[in-house]
Design a protein around this ligand. Structure first.
Ligand code: HEC
Length: 152
């Protein structure tokens, strides 16, 4: 009985402790996933044009490339709190190496920044320029995911 009592107390305090820690981290995880979804949406429109699944439109291409550039410049302050990895938060696909190999992830992020700049300069020019800039930006996403995101 005493043992069960101790167990229950421990469990209750663990739950209370993690529920407290969860709120901030859960919010950050949702926000960074939302940012990633916006990257994917805007890149998706450009990808459709690049493979001529939809007609090339300079204005629309520029708008989405501009969105990618803005997203790449967005401050990520607070989006990646230490410990908010898949190990503690199953809703996240973030691997703990993000923190243990830091700042390598920043280098990957800088590659994306440069690719977004290049896409922003190219997208409104013509279809060939847009197509030419696709590989670098797609590669920037993939190179980070390969090492820092859990595969499905
Ligand atoms: C510097 C590393 C890095 C770069 C660059 C990066 N991502 Fe991610 N991405 C991640 C990580 C880490 C996650 C997992 C986040 C989580 O679940 O907590 C993720 C998750 C995602 C997700 C899933 C979001 C969800 O709802 O769970 C999508 C979609 C995505 N990224 C798209 C992109 C696209 C498109 C690009 C390029 C324009 C990109 N990412 C660039 C690291 C990166």
């Amino acid at each position: 009985m005493k043992r069960i009592g101790l167990f229950l107390t421990l469990t209750a305090s663990l739950i209370a402790g993690s529920a407290f820690a969860d709120e901030a981290a859960e919010g950050a995880i949702k926000a960074r996933q939302a940012m990633m979804q916006l990257f994917a949406f805007n890149l998706g429109v450009l990808g459709e044009m690049a493979k001529t699944a939809v007609p090339y439109d300079a204005e629309i291409a520029s708008a989405h490339a501009g969105n990618l550039l803005v997203l790449s410049k967005m401050s990520q302050n607070g989006l990646w709190p230490q410990g908010s990895d898949i190990g503690s938060y199953p809703d996240s696909a973030a691997l703990p190496d993000i923190w243990s190999k830091y700042p390598d992830v920043l280098e990957k992020d800088k590659v994306l920044d440069a690719a977004a700049e290049a896409m922003n300069a190219a997208a409104g020019t013509d279809l060939a320029s847009l197509q030419g800039a696709m590989k670098a930006i797609g590669g920037a996403c993939g190179d980070c995911h390969k090492v820092y995101r859990q595969k499905k």
